[in-house]
Structure formats: structure tokens, C-alpha cells
Design a protein around this ligand. Structure first.
Ligand SMILES: Nc1ncnc2c1ncn2[C@@H]1O[C@H](COP(=O)(O)OP(=O)(O)OP(=O)(O)O)[C@@H](O)[C@H]1O
Ligand SMILES: [Mg+2]
Length: 299
């Protein structure tokens, strides 16, 4: 076998030696190589925009939002400028959602959400129950893991969610939903912040009904679906809803509260849609609920 020249590895290594002293405080080496285990990377085939080069650098561009359980940061993952050729997979924007240990969060709800979920490692379960530092770290990592796995499942089922790129510990990196042009990066607005015209709100109502039904076909309920956890993606000509914030996803059937959470999700979303001009026929929470439960035995 003749050894072959691998230009990627060559450039990555030479960049390592050239740039190592030049990383700024808001930069790190791309953590993609830390995720060699396929469980820690998003569904395959990877979209072509995913940056897989070892020599790429992550630059923190700012915080998008501090939330109840996690903070969302905007990251650029890119090869150093001098190596950019304009090909796909050399530079991209990502959202890094970093879960905090649950002492500062509303995780007291978590018991209700996770009932019916498969049992966890018992040492970890005991540590969480005791609220030890290790337990808190484990809990944050588990919420990150659930967010990552659920995003992957929904993405693979064709539902509109950000593509989950990778997970490292308590940090999930996902596709940035938003635009990036001369004015810079602008995150997609939450549904809550939009003022759609009647035609548009009816289209969104139909799309969101499909999402709720699609989740229920997978046996899942979002559990926190509201106009704050729906982004309006305007990257295509016809802006459409994208669902985010899924770590509390509930098992529709195994969780005894599943149907109750489903009803609440339907009511929250339909109330907003109707309040913004959607016809009652397109945003009828009872109809969404019944259609979602349709494939399952009555509880
Ligand atoms: N993939 C993404 N693309 C663009 N913006 C995003 C993305 N993910 C999250 N955001 C922004 O960050 C905010 C917080 O994200 P998310 O809802 O997942 O976190 P959270 O900690 O659960 O927040 P909250 O407690 O407010 O519900 C979102 O409302 C949205 O504005
Ligand atoms: Mg949220």
C-alpha cells in the first residue's frame, strides 16, 4: 500500500503550529474532533455545511439568550481566513446551547416530565436525588443529551427542527436558524414576535398542526410548545415555523401526563394563532388533540 497525502490533515497540522498562539479569549479549537463517537454527532449523512475540518476554530459571537435551564450562544465555526476557498463545510454559524446545573433552573418540574422514561444508571440516579455537585452535573448533561437525541430523532423524521451538529458534555451545538448577510447574523424571530398577515398565519397554523401530529406519530409531545419555542425561518421564500427547545419532550403514552401536556401544547399554540387571525378551523386545539391521539388507544 502506498501512503497517500491527506491535504486536510496536513493543513490542520500546519495550522495547529502556526495558529496555536493566536487563539483569542473568545476562540477555541473546533470541538468536532472531540465527538468522534457517532452518538455524539448528528444524523448521517451530515449536511454539507457541517464543518468537519480539524483545523477549524470556534469563535463566540455573543449570547443569543439566557434561558431558564440553558444559555444559547452564537458561534462561528470556520477555517482560518487564509484557508477559505468558498467550498461548503468551511465556515458556518452554530447555536451552542449550554445547560446549567439545575440549581438555578426550574428543574423541579422535571419529575413530571420524565415519568415513564427508561431508568437511568442507578449511581447517577442516586447522585441526582441527593443533589450532589456530581448529581447536578449529571442532570445538566442528561438534559443536554435528551435535547440532542430528540432533535436528531425529529430531524430524521423530517420535522422542522435545527439540525443537531454535536454534543460535548452539557453543550449542544445545532444549526443556527436565522440569516447572515452584510448586516451580520440575525436570529430568526420567535413566533411571539411576528405579525403575520391572515394568509400567512393560516399557513403557519397548518404547518404547526402537522408538527404536533408528526410528534405524536413518534409517540412524543413537545411539552413546552408555545410561541416562544417556535422560530420563523425566513431562509426560504415562504417563511415557516421551526420548533426548538425540546429537552422536556414527553412520552405521549408511557407518561401518565402525556395527553395532558399534549392538550396544553395545542391550546397554547392555537390561542396565539387565533389571536393573530388564524381561522378557528385551522387552529382548533380540540381537533389537534383528537387528531394527535387518533393513532393511539384512548388513555
Ligand atoms: N437553533 C437556533 N437558532 C436560532 N436561535 C435559537 C436557536 N436555538 C435557540 N435560539 C434562541 O435562543 C433562545 C433560547 O433557546 P431555547 O428556548 O432552546 O432555550 P431555553 O433555555 O429553554 O430558553 P427558555 O427558558 O427561554 O425557554 C430561543 O428563544 C431563540 O431565540
Ligand atoms: Mg425556550
Amino acid at each position: 500500500m502506498t501512503p497517500s497525502f491527506d491535504p486536510d490533515a496536513f493543513f490542520a497540522r500546519s495550522m495547529l503550529t502556526v495558529t496555536i498562539a493566536e487563539l483569542d479569549d473568545d476562540q477555541r479549537w473546533s470541538t468536532w474532533p472531540e465527538t468522534a463517537h457517532t452518538m455524539d454527532r448528528g444524523p448521517q449523512p451530515f449536511p454539507d455545511w457541517v464543518v468537519q475540518h480539524d483545523g477549524a476554530i470556534d469563535t463566540e459571537l455573543g449570547i443569543l439568550k439566557t434561558g431558564k435551564e440553558a444559555d444559547a450562544f452564537l458561534l462561528e465555526r470556520a477555517l482560518p481566513e487564509e484557508l477559505l476557498t468558498g467550498a461548503a463545510g468551511e465556515e458556518t454559524l452554530l447555536v451552542a446551547k449550554r445547560f446549567r446545573s439545575p440549581e438555578h433552573s426550574s428543574f423541579h418540574r422535571s419529575h413530571e416530565y420524565t415519568e415513564g422514561r427508561r431508568g437511568k444508571d442507578s449511581r447517577e440516579a442516586r447522585a441526582m436525588a441527593k443533589g450532589t455537585a456530581f448529581g447536578k452535573q449529571v442532570a445538566a448533561a442528561q438534559w443536554a443529551r435528551t435535547e440532542f437525541d430528540v432533535l436528531g430523532r425529529l430531524w430524521s423524521a423530517g420535522l422542522p427542527v435545527p439540525y443537531p451538529v454535536q454534543i460535548v458534555g452539557t453543550e449542544v451545538c445545532m444549526e443556527f436558524i436565522g440569516t447572515d448577510d452584510e448586516q451580520g447574523a440575525v436570529a430568526a424571530p420567535r413566533l411571539q414576535e411576528t405579525s403575520p398577515d391572515p394568509e400567512q398565519v393560516e399557513r403557519w397554523a397548518r404547518a404547526l398542526r402537522e408538527v404536533v401530529l408528526g410528534l405524536s406519530e413518534l409517540g412524543l409531545v413537545h411539552g413546552d410548545l408555545s410561541p416562544y419555542n417556535i422560530l420563523i425561518d425566513s431562509r426560504q421564500a415562504d417563511p415557516s415555523p421551526v420548533i426548538i427547545d425540546v429537552p422536556q419532550v414527553i412520552d405521549l403514552i408511557a407518561n401518565p401526563h402525556g395527553p395532558q401536556f399534549l392538550r396544553r401544547d395545542c391550546e397554547n399554540v392555537c390561542a396565539w394563532l387565533r389571536g393573530h387571525g388564524a381561522p378557528a378551523s385551522a387552529a382548533d386545539p380540540a381537533e389537534w388533540f383528537t387528531a394527535s391521539m387518533g393513532g393511539w388507544e384512548a388513555p
